[in-house]
Write a protein of this length. Structure first.
Ligand code: PEP
Length: 273
């Protein structure tokens, strides 16, 4: 086990439902999405997640959302739906942007905000991330706020400094009773196969939880789910889920392979969890 937060997080973790979230990125069109969700549901049909002990969420591209929503609804599939980004604006002359109001109308529950690929390729600053967090909350969407350091930043300022600083800005002005999720995603572990150790994940997730305690209070910190993301696979998920401050995973590549993602969701079946 790694370093625990100052909070009695092991005592409180039983109050947090684990969340396994699949970030599809720019993969699977709406027809492929239907086949994928049906197959995943079928594969999991006897799995624990049906009893609510693990929450499953999928984050398809925008063009798939309506189709996936209709399928989840019609077939009563117990997966939550999320989007991969949201505009800071509600409506108007913002070509290419997607309003939180539109996502809420599609029954989306979650939206990923501040993914390192958005920070890197779309120059999203901590201030833009903070504005998007507010936009999501305004429309009752739960923001999945991504934080994490590059390898150079880790070497320069240590493992926690970047995530702590990013989160402090993202949580500015967020009310204490807000429903939020944080994803610690070390940039050096995303899509690289170079996974963080469970101890490394725990150390930063605990630091992240301390920021939530400082900004939003102890209750919020005990309630908020902190995920690890970065080359999560069926073979390593159980080791992360044993850590007291890791409440789930944000999964990229492995969320596109039905059997692999199903095995991640079923991590409780793996030995020793
Ligand atoms: C991600 O993009 O959020 C991610 C964690 O990707 P991967 O699992 O492929 O590293």
């Amino acid at each position: 086990m790694g370093v625990s937060a100052d909070l009695d997080s092991s005592a409180t973790s039983s109050r947090r439902t684990p969340l396994i979230a699949g970030n599809w990125k720019m993969n699977l069109d709406h027809l492929q999405a239907v086949a994928f969700v049906q197959k995943l549901h079928w594969t999991l049909k006897d799995a624990k997640h049906e009893d609510g002990s693990v929450e499953v969420a999928v984050f398809p591209p925008f063009t798939d959302l309506r189709t996936v929503q209709t399928l989840l609804d019609a077939d009563k599939i117990p997966f939550a739906l999320g989007a991969q980004d949201v505009s800071t604006q509600d409506s108007g002359a913002y070509t290419g942007e997607i309003s939180g109001a539109f996502l809420a109308k599609l029954d989306a529950s979650y939206v990923i905000i501040g993914h390192s690929e958005r920070r890197q390729y779309h120059a999203e600053t901590d201030e833009v991330v903070a504005a998007k967090v507010k936009a999501a909350l305004k429309h009752s969407l739960v923001p999945v706020i991504c934080v994490g350091e590059t390898l150079e930043q880790r070497e320069e300022s240590g493992p926690t400094a970047v995530s702590v600083a990013q989160l402090q800005v993202a949580l500015e002005g967020v009310p204490a009773d807000a429903d939020i999720v944080i994803a610690y995603e070390p940039v050096w572990a995303i899509g690289t196969g170079q996974v963080a150790s469970p101890e490394q994940a725990q150390e930063v997730c605990a630091a992240v939880r301390r920021v939530v305690a400082e900004k939003l209070g102890e209750d919020a910190a005990a309630r908020t789910r902190v995920l690890y993301g970065g080359s999560v696979k069926a073979a390593n998920i159980a080791s992360f889920m044993r850590e007291p401050d890791v409440d789930g995973a944000l999964v990229g590549g492995a969320s596109l392979v039905v059997d692999e993602f199903a095995a991640i969701i079923r991590y409780q079946k793996h030995v020793g969890v």
